[in-house]
Every structure is written in C-alpha cells, then in structure tokens.
Design a protein around this ligand. Structure first.
Ligand SMILES: Nc1nc2c(ncn2[C@@H]2O[C@H](COP(=O)(O)OP(=O)(O)O)[C@@H](O)[C@H]2O)c(=O)[nH]1
Ligand SMILES: [Mg+2]
Length: 238
C-alpha cells in the first residue's frame, strides 16, 4: 500500500466519458426510455459493468503508445495514463477502463492491489528487445501470484512494424504464449496493426466470462484471434 502514491498521476488523468468504438451498433447506457425500449441484447449482459484492464511490461515496449493508438487511432509519443472505452461485441457494449503503468515497469513495482482488481491484463514485450521478451516469464509469475485466477491475460509482441530490427521471432512469442496458455498476437502501436483486434478479443472474452450460458459453446479467444487475423490478412508480413 505504501506505493499507492505512484498511482496517483494515473487517476488524475482518468476520464469518465465513454467514447464508443462503434457508435451505430449495440445499446447505449442511459438511452432507454419507457417509449423507446432498448433492444434487448442477445445475451443478458449488464452493460454497466466496468472491466479494469491494465497494461504491463518493461519500460519502452510501447504500452503508452498502444493505449493512445487504441484510444485515438493515432501514434503519439508522449505520456498518457488511463482511458475508458466501450467496445461493442455481439451487440452489447463492454466497458473497459484501461490503465497504463507508467513508472511501475520493474518487477514488484506494480502494487499488488492494482493487480488484484484487474479483470484483464495486456502483457507487452518489444519484438526488437530480447530482454523485454526474457522478462515476460517474470511478469507472468508475478501476475499469477497477485492477479485474480480468472483474469484475462493477453500477450502482445509490439513494434511489429520494425521487422528489420526484429530480435524475437513470432514463433518464439507463440511458443511462450502456448506454454502459459495465454492468447498472443503481434501488434504495432505505430501502424495500428492488430491493436483494435487485441482489445476487441479481450472484451469478447470478458463478456463471455460474465454471461455463462450452459448450452452455448464456450467462446474460444484463440480461435477468434486466428480467424480475425486470417480475415484481415494482417500478419502475412510478420
Ligand atoms: N516503431 C514503433 N515504435 C514504437 C511502437 N510502440 C512504441 N514505440 C516507440 O517506443 C518508445 C517507447 O514507447 P512507449 O509507448 O513510451 O513505451 P512504454 O514505456 O511501454 O509506455 C517510444 O519512442 C515510441 O514512439 C511501435 O509499435 N512501433
Ligand atoms: Mg509509458
């Protein structure tokens, strides 16, 4: 708890507005009236739920850039702290409260309370930095120690646009992800490749974990990612 001060700059930038990714689809909170009932979602999902999502990984891997790219569709170097986003999946709005971890990029520096109430975690390494990849195991050990057991984890190999400086092959990332049974993809905060897909896939997984239908087939995040990657042809140049 003594490290809580280091989180304050993050909450200082916290916004309460929920910019929508797909404003024309799904239901919007607060719009329902007696004469204009909301279209019931296909599955019963409480759209007021807010899923705390955090970005972790070594300093310089691109956490802040990834968050800015997802939030604003732009690559802006600089600082950024937290944002709220609504991701529309399967006709329902899933609210993500996404936190950056500026200044907490060494092991044991992220407060345990911060992990504990996270619903989703993006763990990033930089494909041009072997040390950031080697540190992923230590990050995963820490996450498994302090995060909730059902936290959604996604491993991201960022800076995929820097193929000439690549130090970690894609199959190395895939192998590590398989070993820890976490979904994986390569992203570029610079070009935007796979950034939206990463957040959408996690939002879908979060939604499916809340709405458990006994007869419905379980959502398979790995299969979803693979199908979407193929569709967009996004990764052929990796
Ligand atoms: N080429 C390239 N550079 C990136 C990418 N993501 C981040 N960077 C650069 O890497 C450096 C560190 O990024 P930053 O977002 O501050 O990393 P953080 O410390 O993890 O938050 C900055 O110079 C960014 O411009 C990316 O996907 N591609
Ligand atoms: Mg940062």
């Amino acid at each position: 708890m003594e490290r809580m001060e280091s989180m304050e700059p993050i909450s200082a930038y916290y916004t309460t507005a929920y910019p929508e990714i797909q404003p024309d689809s799904g239901c919007r909170s607060g719009e329902a009236t007696a004469s204009q009932p909301r279209t019931p979602p296909a599955l019963t999902y409480d759209e007021e739920l807010v899923h705390k999502t955090i970005l972790v990984g070594d300093s310089g891997v691109g956490k802040t850039s990834l968050l800015v790219q997802f939030d604003q569709g732009k690559f802006i170097p600089g600082s950024f702290s937290a944002t709220n986003k609504v991701v529309t999946v399967d006709g329902v709005n899933v609210k993500l409260q996404i936190w950056d971890t500026a200044g907490q990029e060494r092991f044991r520096s992220v407060t345990h309370a911060y992990y504990r109430d996270a619903h989703a975690l993006f763990l990033l390494y930089d494909i041009t930095s072997k040390s950031s990849f080697d540190n992923i195991r230590a990050w995963l050990t820490e996450i498994h120690e302090y995060a909730q057991s059902h936290v959604v984890i996604m491993l991201l190999g960022n800076k995929a646009d820097m193929s000439s400086d690549r130090a970690i092959q894609r199959d190395e990332g895939e192998r590590l992800a398989r070993e820890y049974s976490v979904p994986f993809m390569e992203t570029s905060a610079k070009t935007g490749v796979n950034v939206e897909l990463a957040f959408t896939a996690v939002a879908k997984e979060l939604k499916h974990r809340v709405v458990q239908h006994t007869n419905a087939p379980k959502f398979q995040i790995h299969e979803y990612i693979e199908a979407q990657k193929e569709k967009s042809g996004c990764c052929s140049y990796f």
